[in-house]
Design a protein around this ligand. Structure first.
Ligand code: TXA
Ligand code: MG
Length: 344
């Protein structure tokens, strides 16, 4: 398939219209959002969603998120719980996906057979204009090949999807850099199924008590089935194995330096601005200042992809505090590491 690539911003209405025409014809388009780039198709067209699954190599049991540009989502859901409404008013447009019971208009292929649907209104202007111009809701998972880190630049999409999709549009980096918070409002309890930039604390301010699906901390118990099917797959993984080292900063640096000394393998280190000069290794990537979790979130996936360009045998990453946005950062990092964590 010939994939058209257009580097654009929200003023390039002609190109956005072209992309919308592709969506209306049943084609698929990678486009920017503030969280990560998405791979979109008409959410009311089962065939388009099948193309999305095929292009990504995505497991069939992993539902897609439906993206809208209008607050009136009543056609897509059975009912809008009061707390879901409060969340939409507080955080849309923005990095939060709200799960509600789906209506019949949403094909089963989009929700992978579930009776609920996740809906998100992105903030990114290109994304919003694309949805408006398409005049249909857009089903879109992250625009990476399944298993790879989510794409935060148009280059990442080009790397993964050239030849597999009709069109790739965008230009700006995704400023949040982690996928949206997924919140289930379809049951009485409000539950976070995937942490993101809208944090537990922010949600609780709006709807009171919020629960966390145990699967976000890794599936240690075979009886725990994650409610977001996507959470069970090894994700975000760089090619080389990744190990997280957590603890006092100096001890972390000492531990990793010792490992480097003992090892015959080429080792990469993911560190912060404050610590990167402390390592005796050639391949150190600073992910940003440890004082700025927003920067760390924004750089995480790009840094993981950077390691793939270097031929290394093993990556060590420093761990980060898990409060606020740190919960989402560590959730993605732990998954990338296959939950290999060393406490020092
Ligand atoms: O920020 C984002 O959410 C990005 C951009 C493109 O909007 N999209 C994204 O989609 O990350 P994806 O498909 O990579 O991740 C969707 C996650 C998966 O873990 C999936 O299992 C979960 O949301 N999910 C979607 N619909 C669901 C549903 N009805 N019930 C439970 N989990 C659902
Ligand atoms: Mg994804």
């Amino acid at each position: 398939m010939d994939t058209k690539v257009y580097r654009i911003n929200e003023k390039d209405i002609d190109i956005i219209d072209k992309a919308a025409a592709v969506i209306r014809r049943g084609g698929i388009v990678a486009f920017p959002t503030e969280t990560v780039y998405g791979l979109g198709g008409n959410a009311l067209d089962a065939k388009a969603s099948k193309k999305i699954f095929a292009a990504k190599g995505r497991p069939q049991d992993n539902p897609l998120i439906v993206h809208v540009a209008d607050f009136d989502v009543s056609r897509y859901v059975k009912n809008i719980p009061h707390k879901a409404m409060l969340l939409m008013e507080a955080f849309w447009p923005g990095p939060i996906t709200i799960i509600m019971k789906k209506s019949d208009i949403i094909p089963d292929t989009v929700t992978a057979g579930l009776d609920s649907v996740g809906i998100r209104m992105p903030e990114n202007r290109v994304a919003r204009k694309l949805i408006e111009a398409s005049r249909v809701p857009i089903a879109a998972p992250s625009a990476n090949l399944s298993g790879k880190p989510s794409p935060t630049t148009i280059e990442h999409c080009i790397e993964d999807l050239t030849g597999k999709v009709d069109m790739i549009i965008g230009g700006d980096r995704s400023e949040v850099g982690l996928e949206s918070t997924v919140v289930d409002t379809s049951e009485d309890k409000i539950t976070i199924l995937r942490p993101g930039a809208i944090t537990l604390e922010m949600l609780e301010e709006v709807v009171g008590e919020v629960f966390i699906d145990p699967a976000i901390n890794g599936i240690t118990d075979k009886n725990v089935v994650p409610r977001a099917p996507g959470m069970k797959y090894r994700h975000y993984a760089p090619k080389a194995p990744l190990v997280i080292v957590k603890g006092d900063k100096n001890r972390v640096v000492e531990y990793i330096n010792n490992k480097v000394k003992e090892s015959t393998e080429k080792i990469g280190v993911m560190a912060t601005d404050e610590t990167c000069h402390m390592y005796n290794v050639e391949h150190v990537i600073s992910i940003g200042s440890g004082k700025n979790p927003g920067k760390i979130a924004a750089n995480l996936f790009d840094s993981l992809r950077e390691f793939d360009k270097i031929d290394i045998g093993l990556i060590y990453s420093e761990g980060f505090p898990e409060e606020g946005l740190g919960m989402a950062i560590m959730n993605r990092l732990k998954k990338a590491a296959g939950y290999k964590i060393i406490e020092v």
